[in-house]
Design a binder for this molecule. Structure first.
Ligand code: IMP
Length: 179
């Protein structure tokens, strides 16, 4: 499908599945190289990162653990700016090497909030692996060490990302048309 409609919005395909897989493989290889012997704990941020996490983790070959957190801050096509609490983290992360697995860093406020929250629990290191980064939207200083793809400011859906809850299921990424 080259274009899709979700509610009142039209989207056209912008990053095909094959291209996404290629970049996810590259990130997996970088992580395998950098975290050898560090027994990292991957923290996947639900819901958006579920598909990226699944494809990424299938290619992680070093000993590691995976857990999931939830931290919703987005409604519709504009960031609400209302950052909710982190929940779902039951592991003791004291002295652990953490790799956050996120779908997209947009303004960066969500990630900043998550880093603050995790930082109070005495981890040894925290690193960020994001499927997507919108560099021109970033409002805070963040070191996003692993980025699969950098994209323009347009709103996107697919491969885990949603518009009002819909569109997460597509294997490709679609960009909004005529917003
Ligand atoms: P931030 O706090 O502005 O960086 O927003 C991060 C969160 O907003 C992401 O984890 C996504 O859930 C959501 N988000 C940001 N941009 C988009 C987009 O283009 N499409 C769908 N969700 C987005």
């Amino acid at each position: 499908m080259d274009s899709i409609k979700i509610k009142d919005k039209c989207f056209s395909i912008s990053i095909k599945s094959e291209e996404i897989q290629k970049e996810v493989t590259r990130v997996a290889e970088e992580i395998n190289r950098d975290f050898e012997g560090k027994n990292p704990l991957f923290l996947s941020v639900l819901n958006g990162a579920f598909m990226f996490t699944s494809d990424l983790m299938k290619q992680i070959t070093i000993p590691c653990e995976i857990s999931f957190v939830k931290l919703a801050s987005y409604q519709g096509v504009l960031s609400s700016g209302h950052i909710k609490e982190v929940f779902g983290l039951t592991e003791d992360i004291t002295d652990r090497v953490i790799v956050i697995v996120e779908d997209i860093v947009d303004t960066g406020l969500t990630m900043q909030r998550l880093l603050e929250s995790l930082g109070t629990r005495s981890p040894r290191e925290i690193h960020i692996a994001s499927l997507l980064l919108k560099p021109d939207k970033l409002q805070v200083s963040l070191d996003v060490k692993y980025v699969a793809m950098r994209i323009p400011n347009d709103f996107i859906v697919g491969y885990g990302l949603d518009y009002d809850g819909f569109g997460r299921n597509y294997p490709h990424i679609y960009t909004i048309v005529n917003d």
